[in-house]
Design a protein around this ligand. Sequence first.
Ligand SMILES: *[C@@H]1O[C@H](CO)[C@@H](O)[C@H](O)[C@H]1NC(C)=O
Ligand SMILES: *[C@@H]1O[C@H](CO)[C@@H](O)[C@H](O)[C@H]1NC(C)=O
Ligand SMILES: *[C@@H]1O[C@H](CO)[C@@H](O)[C@H](O)[C@H]1NC(C)=O
Ligand SMILES: *[C@@H]1O[C@H](CO)[C@@H](O)[C@H](O)[C@H]1NC(C)=O
Length: 782
Amino acid sequence: MARVSSSIYTALSLLVGIFIGFSIATWLRAHLRICQKQEEILPKPPPNFDDLPPDKRLLFVGIMTAQKFLDTRALTVYQTWGQTIPGKLAFFSSQNSVSKYDIPIVPLERVTDHYPPQKKSFMMLKFMYDNYIDKFEWFMRADDDVYIKADVMEKFLRSVNSSTPLFMGQSGMGKKEELGQLGISSYENFCMGGPGMIFSRETLRRIAPHIQYCLTHLYSFHEDVEIGRCVRQFANISCTWNYEMLHILYHNTSSKADEKLSYIGNLYKDYVLRATSLHPFKVTPHMYRAHAFFDALHARDLRHATLQLTRDASDMDALLGDRRTDRGRLALHPGLSRAPPAGKYDTVAYDFISRSLYSEKNSNPKRGPETATRDALESVVMALMRDANAASRERGRVIDFKEVLYGYVGVDPPRGATWVVDVLMTYKKYAGRKMTVPVRRHVYLQQAFTDVQFREETREDGAEASEGATVSNAYKTLQESLGVGLNLAGGLGGGGGDAENGHEDWVRAKVVHFILPLAGRFATFQRFMNNFESVCLRNDEAVKLAVILFEHAADDAIGDTVALVGELRGRYPHHELAVVHAKGPFSRAPALEIGARQYGRDALLFFVDVDMHFDAAFLQRVRLNTVQSRSVYFPIVYSQFDPATVYADDAAPRDPLRVAEHTGYWRQFGFGIASMYHSDLRDAGGFDLSIVGWGKEDVDLFDKMVRGGNVTIHRAADPGIVHVYHRIECDAGLEPAQLAMCRGTRASTYGSQATLAATLYASPHLLDPVAAVPPAGDSEKA
Ligand SMILES: *[C@@H]1O[C@H](CO)[C@@H](O)[C@H](O)[C@H]1NC(C)=O
Ligand SMILES: *[C@@H]1O[C@H](CO)[C@@H](O)[C@H](O)[C@H]1NC(C)=O
Ligand SMILES: *[C@@H]1O[C@H](CO)[C@@H](O)[C@H](O)[C@H]1NC(C)=O
Ligand SMILES: *[C@@H]1O[C@H](CO)[C@@H](O)[C@H](O)[C@H]1NC(C)=O
């Protein structure tokens, strides 16, 4: 019995337990739902910023934006200059505004995004006052298309007393046609909204109690005019009349239609550098670009500081007689003297700049100065003028730049770039006896080189770059490459080393489809296949080869060619090596087109010639630089001079890939060697099959790629692929003009001008037959 009742009791208590549990759960759920609901309705309380460090208590920036700009302009501001200000910022938008991103938004109650944003602006000021009046010294109202240079702004604000009533900005008085309609009299102004307005704490304190009044006594549709009126009425001050504000808060006064174009050009301009804020940025990428630009300037200043410290340290070493540390190149003080040149190739060749640019090294020795040279000269002049005017105020004069009459620039690796500029300026004395005179100065200026610095951020496959070994290895490779001179791409392109990381494997797995047009020339083909075998087949590289073979009347080697490919196929059965027979006379465009069509749309094609010699690093660069729908690679090939001339008195072994001053030249205007995905070739329109013979088909394809615009063209000097010298045969049966042209081309492949000159100096008798004819110089003297 007892056992039964006890079991009933257990069952009962279980039931009760279940019931109670159930009701608690229901109650809890209902209650929680209410809590959640409340959380949804209640806006998050603004952060109180109680624990801000002192250097972050200077400025609070309120940015006026709207729901539709939160994920674009607001995000951009937050990710760029928003991270750097000496204080905090928030984005003020309409009620219920939300962003996909974690940015500080204040959705103002009962405020819409309608224009004009008068209510938004006044409510923002009230919010700043209510929450932060004691937390910050300055309050700024800014638009979402302003860029603020935080460091300059900080310097500026710390120079002004925030306990005085101040209202700073670009003062406006309204447009002409609105004169008398804004409810302000002719001597009153307001701070214009766009470039930004800055309130001292005292100003905000004075107007805050009257914001409701101001908001209900509006006289115009302009938000900035109304704020100005409120400040004048209740803080008893006007917007700063200071002309200087035009520079401090810079506004690119372009027309509405051109607004999208502001800040797209060269930013290295006086007014950009001098400004505290820049306005307007209507296109977000331009703001990221400007941010990167200012970051780069900052990095430059830091490098300069490093340089000066290194020089100081080195001077100290000298004073203390300490010779243990070699501080290298960086310790060199600027100076015009250098060690005497070691030989005739060791002199520094200067470029001459006047209206044209003259340089010894360029294939086009007289030409219009390139943008890079013009920009460099401009920055030199800016540095010069800053220096000249550094003490202007003390001396009561300013010096204005007029023009550069001419200049020289030379690059001297241990020291840097040296400029010699002849400038015309105007000297204006405004203190004491006033005068304005033109002055001309010969100026020497030196830009020091610093060490190469780089950091690997992320790898192509998205994995984090491993710190330490890889980076320092890469750095070493780069330094070594710079040391030997030209092998830069070899160090950077991933040709070297660390095969243990997955990245290398992933790229190496991309199959490169070689397409080689050929007619005759069996001996050269043998050399090509030797190179192909040792670089590709023996190392089991992922490659395929299609030889597009034409008949050649003079030297029919079809049988030998087919046999050689067949023999290699036998030895390397895993590799697809094909010979495709083509009909008709040799023509490169159809040949490459036939080759391309052997493979699918997703094949990485590499168009090559039988005269080429390449290495494994080059093959890897082809894979790295060719990305489907993204990038095609047109390497600039190094072309050998005649080894008989180059190595005339040199018994050293001839490395076919040797790139040096006088062994060859870069084929800047050759576009025949290229790699691209088949789909990108098709999208660009393929080869022009109407082009017969050699030449032009490559330029045509390059042009199409440029015009197509969808893929990036990667073009760079590549030391891993060389055009091996062969004598150009000129058929004596050619037209005289063509024959002369052919011989001219042949002559240009004999050797560099310096080599040819040296040959002549060494063997003056070569000139003997010419001596019979009066030399050109003599007739000029006569
Ligand atoms: C700033 O201005 C206030 C009020 O005008 C004044 O009392 C204070 O001394 C000033 N501070 C400085 C550092 O000049
Ligand atoms: C406002 O400033 C003017 C001139 O600075 C002064 O004469 C006037 O008394 C001030 N008014 C108030 C209310 O402070
Ligand atoms: C200002 O805008 C104009 C276009 O209206 C442009 O030509 C100029 O380069 C701009 N200035 C800057 C610094 O971008
Ligand atoms: C270029 O790219 C766009 C967007 O990916 C695509 O719609 C267009 O068809 C491409 N044009 C060509 C010629 O490939």
